[in-house]
Design a protein. Structure first.
Lengths: 255, 266, 462
């Protein structure tokens, strides 16, 4: 009918320039040496560097642990929030959403300062606790959302077919809320595996995560090695995204 | 009984979650340089923050100003760009639509550090000197997808005949857009703008990589540098408290409106 | 309690949501093996009642018995009933086979037995070979079959069906009706069916319970309900009908549309106002006047497939709907004839509006949570309780709700041959009945005025 399809053109150009091209540049730089020649050296350097590999493994470990703790703490909370019988007020829901709106560095800083005042030794323990503090709301929100919107008739149908409340929960509601859990995993795992400032704050620079190494290399003009490390991270992210269903739930709608 | 335990769990979690912020807020009312050391009630940190009577004030104040300016500009541009893109995308079919949707999802899925590094490499590659401009461009890059995703559902929910009805009644395409389409898209645009604005306010990593070396600071990078210097500038405490209360207020207003609207719908 | 052969008994069920009463003293008994339909417009309480039987929601008062045992407080998973849900509620994370096997697995039935049962029931609903399909890839009709299979595989004593065909298109609905009827015969279990579709109810049921606004209007076989509606609501809701104001002159003689007709009804008394129902297919229409009871002029004639549907104006100015296999030209003069047995005479539920009220002063009375001007000289004291009567015709309706003494909404309307009889629901939740010649639609917002001279005060005796 109308030519309104052409309206997407400016944004399409913008996307190519600011999204596609930069990603291609990461790949390009990753396979080049300082003077622009093709090389695998950046990757062999990474795989031979025990420190770098160690940090990489630690980053994965911390991210997985953080995600797991967030699910364990967050699922019951989301469940309670979405259950009209257990939670009638909207206030608690807003209170759980609110931290998502506050600058992450500020929250982390506040947490680190609290540890400091309590005299807790900063290290891996505080790193994990601090990350759970930071990311728990991001796990609760998508799970709450999907539980809240879930058609009541599924639970009723299960009860009607003879399922006890406990069976209704495990056999119907948990499997049906999996897309929410997966969104939550994406929103928690991705930032934790890639963070740098947060880990620096929470461990007083004692523990380096993978993000910090990338940052240090880029900042000290080791662009090619930094790009190679970024590419490694991109691969991890790519693998994680495969978890998500094609009909993915967009969980951006906080407003 | 079940309800009691459930509420206990929820509130326990909330108390633990809010402890650090409450702690900061409490200690924003004392003059002590060191956190946790209560030296009597005082609003000096607040007056310092507003009158700029402190060490290194200039840089904190300008960081706040930069943060707000960047967030406003980025959110405004993103809203315009994203809305136009959403209308175009809604009218597209096939490969082109898929390609744009795919690229649109990337900045949302990518960790900040990847977005930051990749844009840094882009500016290096293009020999663009980094500063205010590059930071704003970078923010537009990761904000626009959220606007597109806020506006698109409004378009799909819309009766496809509405635009045609306006044309049928004699409106020119431009009038139909201005008088019919845009008013209907407004709620999506507003939530897209708010989302973009807060995303920009929150950002640290992308700004960190694209701000160059001219000493441009936003609140996030200021805090980062400040914290790495060791010891938090005391004036950040009232700053955090005020931002926290501001967001609390904003969310209360939004949610009250939502509740009132849904009551009206019933 | 035992000794009767009722499988299900609802006893004096009442239920309110907030201050809205959705079920008002409902009692129904269902025989073993019966196909019983709860029929009524949306919001009449039929689904609430069905859900109570399944265990979702409990009555405020009253009892539900299954086989003579009180199950009012038994949780859903322990009840010997299964439900086919509105929009099916098939579990999207399970395939067809696992959906059907869900209940059996919970009962820990041995695997091979589950397998035999699932296959048997799949065959019964003609869905063999669909075991591995994703339920979301099925058409509406197929999902429907899986939902039925999932319920009956558990061999419930009672199968509950909540508007199961509502989401299907017309052709599919007709086919499924036949299959359901066949399935009911084969299984031999009790079916309780909820629908708002009167035709579906007439086709399927052994017994129909017509409900409106939380009350049972009539219980009976499809033929009883169709041929002998007990009130104007049932007559209007089931099939097409001419509903008219009438007067029982004496036994076996009723007057309506300005003529006297012989009928078969007795015992109403003499000169009693009644409602009269004549089905459009029961009016004989002919080109000549001899042998007819009254004359009329054809206004419109529309071909409806099997028959023609005509509207005629009678000699005394009433409009009637007639269905006949022959067409009569608009404008032509025709004669009409109605057999005595085809005239259904019903008691009127009310002949005027009556309200409880209280005298405010010499010229004001308070009722319907409002103060109205009323004729002076009633000789009553302020604060005296009175009964207020207002005839249907004297209530005035106006377009703008805010300009009336009361505001309300047109809730239900009935064409009575020469005027409309409206039920108005006021904003305060009271009912008001109005006769008018103006055309209103259901859901219209109206203002309501009552002139002082039309307010009749009746003193209580005590």
């Amino acid at each position: 009918m109308t030519k309104r399809s052409t309206w997407a053109l400016p944004y399409a150009i913008f996307l190519v320039l600011f999204v596609a091209l930069p990603l291609i540049l990461i790949i390009l730089y990753a396979f080049q040496d300082g003077s622009g020649n093709f090389t695998f050296a950046n990757f062999t350097k990474f795989f031979r560097d025990a420190d770098a590999i160690g940090t990489f493994a630690l980053s994965l470990e911390v991210a997985i642990e953080n995600t797991a703790i967030c699910i364990l703490l967050g699922y019951p909370a989301a469940w309670i929030l979405a259950n009209k019988k257990l939670n009638k007020s909207a206030v608690t829901i807003v209170l759980f959403i609110m931290p998502m709106w506050i600058n992450a560095l500020m929250r982390t800083l506040a947490t680190a300062e609290l540890f400091h005042m309590l005299g807790v030794q900063l290290g891996k323990g505080t790193l994990l606790v601090g990350m759970v503090y930071d990311y728990l709301p991001f796990m609760i929100y998508p799970i709450y959302n999907i539980l809240d919107r879930m058609d009541k008739s599924y639970a009723e149908a299960a009860a009607d077919l003879g399922a006890t409340p406990w069976q209704v929960f495990w056999k119907v509601q948990v499997p049906l809320s999996m897309p929410g859990v997966i969104s939550g995993v994406m929103m928690v795992f991705m930032p934790t595996v890639s963070t740098f400032a947060i880990s620096e704050f929470l461990t007083n620079n004692k523990i380096k995560l993978f993000g910090t190494i990338i940052q240090e290399n880029i900042n000290s003009s080791m662009w090619n090695y930094g790009a190679a490390l970024s590419l490694v991270m991109l691969v991890i992210i790519g693998i994680t995204s495969l978890l998500q269903d094609n009909k993915k739930e967009v969980s951006g709608g906080i407003v | 009984m079940k309800r009691f335990f459930a509420q206990c769990y929820i509130w326990l979690l909330l108390i633990v979650l809010y402890a650090p912020i409450v702690f900061i807020a409490v200690f924003s009312f004392t003059e002590s340089k060191v956190l946790g050391n209560w030296t009597g009630f005082s609003t000096k940190l607040y007056t310092n923050l507003f009158t700029g009577d402190m060490q290194g004030t200039g840089s904190l104040m300008s960081a706040i100003e930069n943060t707000l300016v960047i967030a406003l500009v980025a959110a405004a541009v993103s809203t315009v760009l994203g809305t136009i893109a959403a209308i175009g995308l809604h009218n597209m079919r096939g490969r082109g639509k898929q390609a744009i949707s795919f690229l649109n999802n990337i900045p949302m899925l990518n960790p900040d550090i990847i977005t930051g590094v990749s844009l840094f490499l882009l500016f290096v590659f293009l020999h663009v000197s980094q500063g205010y401009m590059t930071v704003i461009l970078a923010h537009i890059t990761f904000c626009t997808p959220y606007v597109v995703l806020s506006v698109l559902p409004k378009l799909t929910q819309m009766n496809p005949n509405i635009y045609e009805a306006a044309l049928d009644l004699g409106a020119t395409p431009f009038q139909a857009l201005r008088k019919v389409l845009l008013p209907l898209l407004k709620p999506g645009m507003i939530s897209g703008f708010i989302l973009a604005f807060t995303m920009s306010l929150d950002d640290f990593a992308v700004t960190f990589f694209t701000r160059g070396t001219i000493g441009l600071d936003t609140l996030s990078t200021y805090i980062y540098t400040d914290a790495r210097k060791g010891g938090l500038t005391p004036e950040l405490r009232p700053m955090i408290t005020i931002m926290f209360l501001g967001i609390l207020l904003l969310l209360i207003v939004i949610n009250l409106r939502k509740i009132r609207n849904s009551n009206k719908a019933e | 309690m035992k000794g009767n052969d009722y499988i299900i008994e609802f006893k004096n069920i009442c239920k309110s949501f907030g201050d809205k009463c959705v079920l008002n003293d409902v009692s129904i008994s269902v025989k073993q093996g019966e196909f019983l339909t709860l029929l009524g417009p949306s919001g009449c309480g039929k689904t609430t009642l069905l859900r109570m039987l399944a265990g979702f929601g409990s009555p405020d008062s009253g009892q539900i018995l299954i086989n003579g045992t009180d199950i009012t407080d038994v949780p859903p998973h322990e009840r010997p009933v299964n439900t086919v849900f509105q929009r099916y509620a098939l579990f999207p994370h399970l395939d067809v086979y696992d959906n059907i096997a869900f209940g059996l697995k919970l009962q820990k039935v041995p695997v091979n037995e589950i397998d035999t049962k699932v296959r048997k029931v799949l065959k019964m609903v003609s869905m063999t070979d669909y075991e591995d399909r994703d339920v979301e890839s099925l058409s509406g009709g197929q999902q429907q079959r899986v939902a039925i299979a999932r319920a009956i595989v558990n061999q419930p004593k009672v199968l509950l069906l909540d508007e199961p065909l509502a989401a299907l298109d017309l052709k599919m609905r007709k086919d499924m009706q036949i299959e359901l009827k066949e399935m009911h015969r084969k299984l031999g279990i009790t079916f309780i069916y909820v629908t708002h579709d009167q035709e579906e109810a007439l086709t399927l049921s052994d017994t129909i319970v017509v409900m409106n606004e939380g009350k049972i209007q009539q219980i009976g076989s499809p033929t009883d309900i169709y041929n002998e509606p007990q009130n104007s609501f049932v007559a209007d809701f089931i099939g097409e009908s001419n509903i008219l104001n009438g007067k029982m002159v004496k036994d076996r003689l009723v007057e309506f549309v300005g003529h006297e007709f012989e009928c078969v009804d007795e015992g109403f008394g003499e000169d009693v106002a009644v409602d009269v129902v004549v089905r459009p297919e029961d009016i004989y229409i002919m080109n000549r006047l001899e042998g007819s009871q009254l004359s009329a002029k054809v206004k419109s004639c529309t071909f409806k497939g099997v028959h023609y549907e005509m509207f005629v104006d009678t000699d005394k100015g009433y409009e009637l709907m007639i269905q006949d296999y022959n067409a009569f030209e608009p404008g032509s003069e025709v004669g009409l004839f109605i057999k005595p047995a085809d005239i259904q005479v019903m008691h009127k539920e009310r002949t005027c509006n009556t309200f409880e009220g209280e005298i405010v002063d010499e010229s004001h009375v308070k009722f319907l949570e409002n103060t109205f001007e009323c004729p002076e000289g009633h000789g009553l004291e302020a604060g005296d309780k009175v009964k207020i009567e207002v005839t249907f015709a004297s209530v005035e309706l106006i377009d703008h709700p805010e300009e009336g003494m009361l505001a309300g909404e047109v809730h239900f309307l009935l064409y009575k041959g020469d005027h409309y009889h409206l039920t108005i629901l006021t904003d305060d939740g009271d009912h008001l009945w109005v006769d008018t010649n103006d055309v209103w639609d259901k859901g219209d917002l109206v203002g309501i005025n009552i002139a002082p001279k039309d307010i009749k005060l009746v003193k209580y005796n005590d």
